[in-house]
Design a protein around this ligand. Structure first.
Ligand SMILES: C[C@@]1(CC(=O)O)c2cc3[nH]c(cc4nc(cc5[nH]c(cc(n2)[C@H]1CCC(=O)O)[C@@](C)(CC(=O)O)[C@@H]5CCC(=O)O)C(CC(=O)O)=C4CCC(=O)O)c(CCC(=O)O)c3CC(=O)O
Ligand SMILES: NC(=O)C1=CN([C@@H]2O[C@H](COP(=O)(O)OP(=O)(O)OC[C@H]3O[C@@H](n4cnc5c(N)ncnc54)[C@H](O)[C@@H]3O)[C@@H](O)[C@H]2O)C=CC1
Length: 195
């Protein structure tokens, strides 16, 4: 099998991210994390930090900045690491030291160093879709996100809320619940297509 990625949806309330590198890539990755949870906990370690990133840090008490070179002890408070320095050896060292502590690593421009990729993310209320091209074409992942954003109705969350009400109503009777939910949602694929 050539595409063995397994997508999971990570809860970010308690997850602690370490981002190493404060250039364009560090900035992009911080923005990506904040877009999903503006309160996400980030420690940012970088020798130099772009002014645009400084601005974001100043506006977020949940981001701590350490303006210094990366050290192994930076991993002490990390659950996930994003290595975004312009030094491939440093990125490799981060990967090796993090993995020896069972911490997962994303290395922005080195897929071979990644334990996980960041996906292109569609957000419509409680609906979230993450797209990956198995590392082959991030730009296509972005295009597919844009396509899905256009095609999926903005009021999809109203439907999700209603289905959730119905779901709660059937608590305890699993078979009846599944039957009812299947019947209600049967036309849905078709209606999205006809939109
Ligand atoms: C492997 C991966 C690792 C990771 O970063 O997690 C990776 C790696 C690399 N990206 C590169 C370039 C670009 N990345 C983007 C954009 C995104 N890249 C993202 C994810 C991933 N990028 C992971 C695989 C995802 C998958 O499986 O599909 C997205 C989806 C999520 C995010 O980063 O938030 C986000 C879109 C978000 C959105 O808008 O929806 C664009 C387009 C743009 O910016 O519009 C370009 C320029 C065009 C191009 O090159 O395609 C390069 C070459 C660098 C060089 O040439 O120097 C590498 C390195 C390499 O491939 O060797
Ligand atoms: N800028 C872009 O859009 C893209 C860049 N890349 C590659 O990704 C890498 C990073 O790119 P940029 O963010 O643009 O680079 P950059 O040069 O703007 O930033 C690099 C950052 O790494 C920090 N850094 C370097 N060594 C460090 C260390 N030992 N400890 C802590 N921080 C350290 C620097 O202080 C700086 O904040 C580069 O190798 C680049 O070629 C890949 C894809 C796209």
């Amino acid at each position: 099998m050539s595409n063995t990625l397994f997508p999971i949806f990570l809860k970010t309330e308690t997850a602690r991210f370490l981002v190493v590198g404060g250039g364009n890539v560090g900035l992009e990755k911080v923005e990506t994390l904040l877009r999903q949870n503006s309160q996400i906990h980030i420690n940012l370690v970088a020798i130099e930090v772009l002014p645009q990133l400084c601005l974001i840090i100043n506006n977020h008490t949940n981001i701590n900045l350490y303006e210094k070179p990366y050290e192994e002890t930076d991993l002490n408070t990390a659950d996930y690491v994003i290595a975004a320095t312009n030094n491939r050896d440093v990125n490799r060292l981060i990967k090796q030291q993090a993995n020896s502590r069972n911490i997962l690593v994303n290395a922005a421009d080195q897929p071979e160093l990644c334990d996980f990729y960041l996906g292109s993310i569609v957000n419509k209320g409680d609906l979230k879709i993450a797209v990956s091209t198995n590392g082959k074409s991030p730009v296509l992942a972005r295009r597919i996100r844009e396509y899905l954003e256009q095609e999926i109705p903005d009021d999809i969350n109203v439907i999700i809320e209603r289905l959730n009400e119905i779901r709660k109503h059937f608590k305890g009777n699993f078979a009846a619940k599944v039957k009812e939910l299947n019947a209600i949602t049967a036309s849905f694929t078709k209606s999205i297509h006809e939109k």
